[in-house]
Design a protein around this ligand. Sequence first.
Ligand SMILES: C[S@@+](CC[C@H](N)C(=O)[O-])C[C@H]1O[C@@H](n2cnc3c(N)ncnc32)[C@H](O)[C@@H]1O
Length: 228
Amino acid sequence: MSDERKAGVRGLKQRVKTARKRTLSSQRWLERQLNDPYVARAKREGYRSRAAYKLLEIDEKHRLLKPGQRVVDLGAAPGGWAQVAARKVGSPEGRGKVVGIDLLPIEPLPGVDFVQLDFLAPEAPERLVELLGGEADVVLSDMAANATGHKKTDHLKIMGLAEAAAEFARSVLAPGGAFLAKVLQGGTEGALLTDLKRDFATVRHVKPAASRSDSAELYVLAMGFRGR
Ligand SMILES: C[S@@+](CC[C@H](N)C(=O)[O-])C[C@H]1O[C@@H](n2cnc3c(N)ncnc32)[C@H](O)[C@@H]1O
C-alpha cells in the first residue's frame, strides 16, 4: 500500500473512532474549532485562546489598557486575556501588574501572577488584593460556568458571576478605573446595570467580532469609576 493510502486509512480510522467516542455536542464543538479563523490565528500568533481577540478588539476601540496599569483577570484560564493585558501594561518588563484567577490551573506567563481558586470562595477577593498590592485600574471578567444546556440556569449562573465581579470591582478599583465583564444578551437589565450606571461615568454593551454571532454572549464595559 502506498504511503498516501496508508495515511488515508489511518485518517479514516481516527475519524470513526472519534465519532463513536464523542457526544454530538462535543463533535460539533470540535468541528467549529477546526474551522474557526480566530482559532487558527491564535495558534499562529501565539495566543492561548481565541478569546484574546475579543479583548484586543475591545481595547483597540475603547482604549482600556494602558502602560503601567494594574489589572485583575477573573476567569483567566487558559491565559489569552492575561497575555494581552501583560503586553499592554508592560508587566513582563516590570511595569504595572497583572493578576489572574481561575478554577483551572494555568501555565505560568511572564509578568502575570495566577491563583487557582474559585472566585466565589470567601477568601478569593483578599487573595487577589494581596497579589495586586494595591488598588486596580482595570477589572476584567471573562468568567463563564460550564453550560448545563438549561438556558435559564446558564443565564442565572453567568449573571451571578458578573454581579460578583462587579461587586469586587467596586471594592478594588481606583477612581477612574474600568470594569469589563462577560454577560448575556438581555441579562444586564435590572440591578447590575443600575449599579454600574451609578458608579461609573460611562456604561456600554460591546459585542466584539470575535464573539460568535450565534452566541448570546456580550460584554458590559464600564469606564470612569467614580470611587467608593
Ligand atoms: C471563557 S473562559 C476564559 C478565557 C480567558 N479569558 C482567555 O482568554 O484565556 C472562562 C473561564 O472562567 C472560569 N470560571 C468559571 N467560574 C469560575 C469561578 N467561580 N472562579 C474562577 N474561575 C471561574 C472557567 O474555569 C474558565 O476557565
